[in-house]
Structures are given as structure tokens and as C-alpha cells.
Design a protein around this ligand. Structure first.
Ligand code: ZN
Ligand code: ZN
Length: 166
């Protein structure tokens, strides 16, 4: 059995050879399926705008269905579907607006503000606020622990010169 070509858009497979492939990829059905696939990623605004350029599908509105389905070149838009799309657009706009507002608030806090706030916190810090360090259980019974392993005390922080970075 030879290799088979599987087309994701059409959910169909056939013997893989250049002629079959070319015929399939040029086929009406394949191109309709491909368009449908990409259409499902379009935003509601684009769908509505494109729908307005289409004439209403007589078959769809007279009989309630049309064999071309979503691939029909005439409009199948219903009032219900239109309202749903409009609601989606409204929600997306609201979300975008909220995001812009948050971005603006973030920008207002400049680096200087942040540093000023930080410095203030450090100088006004109280003894109770400093975390208490204690020696881990495993080290408690070891004599002559090197100073670098000893837990720091509050005074140690008070008497250090701030290190200049960079
Ligand atoms: Zn296909
Ligand atoms: Zn139609």
C-alpha cells in the first residue's frame, strides 16, 4: 500500500502522488473548507463588516437552510447572530479599555517615585519589622561556627554602609 495524503481541512485522505495532490488542492471543496477554517479565527468586527457587503441568500431566508452553509457567498446573517457578534465586540472593547487604563496607571509610577518610596521604607523600618533569623537546628550543636554562618542581628543592619551597585 502506497503512502496516503491526509488533508486536515477536509478530513479526507487519498493516495499521495503529485497529480492527486494538485487536483485536491485546486478543488472547490478543499478551498471552501480551507476558507472556513481560517474564517473561524476572524474577529466579530470583520465578520460583520464582510457580511454587510453580501446580498441576502434567498434560499436561506426562504427555506431556512442552504446547502452552501457558511461557505455560501450570500449572507446567512440572522438577527440573533448579529446581536451575538455585537455583544462580543462590546466585550472586547471593554477589555481593551480596561487594559489601557491599567497601563497608564502603571506608567504614572516612575522609577524616581519607586526609589523614593523604597528609601523611605528602609529608613523608617522598626526593630519589630526585621525578620528574626535563627540558627538551623542542624547547626546548633556544632562548636565554633564560622561568622558567615551565624544569623545576623538587627544592629548588624544598622551599622552597614549601603553598597553602591553598578
Ligand atoms: Zn483538502
Ligand atoms: Zn446560502
Amino acid at each position: 500500500m502506497g503512502k496516503r495524503y491526509y488533508c486536515d481541512y477536509c478530513d479526507k485522505s487519498f493516495a499521495d502522488n503529485p497529480v492527486n495532490r494538485k487536483n485536491h488542492l485546486r478543488g472547490v471543496i478543499h478551498n471552501k473548507m480551507r476558507k472556513l477554517h481560517y474564517d473561524s479565527f476572524r474577529d466579530p468586527g470583520t465578520i460583520l463588516a464582510e457580511d454587510e457587503t453580501k446580498l441576502p441568500c434567498k434560499r436561506f431566508y426562504n427555506t431556512g437552510s442552504c446547502d452552501y452553509g457558511d461557505g455560501c457567498r450570500f449572507s446567512h446573517m440572522t438577527e440573533e447572530k448579529r446581536q451575538e457578534l455585537l455583544k462580543q465586540i462590546e466585550e472586547e472593547n471593554k477589555l481593551a479599555e480596561r487594559k489601557t487604563q491599567e497601563d497608564m496607571e502603571q506608567k504614572q509610577l516612575t522609577l524616581d517615585d519607586w526609589l523614593a518610596k523604597k528609601c523611605k521604607t528602609v529608613s523608617s523600618v522598626k526593630v519589630e519589622e526585621v525578620p528574626q533569623f535563627s540558627l538551623p537546628q542542624a547547626l546548633r550543636n556544632i562548636p565554633n561556627i564560622p561568622p558567615s554562618l551565624l544569623p545576623p542581628k538587627f544592629e548588624d543592619f544598622q551599622n552597614t554602609d549601603p553598597v553602591e551597585w553598578g
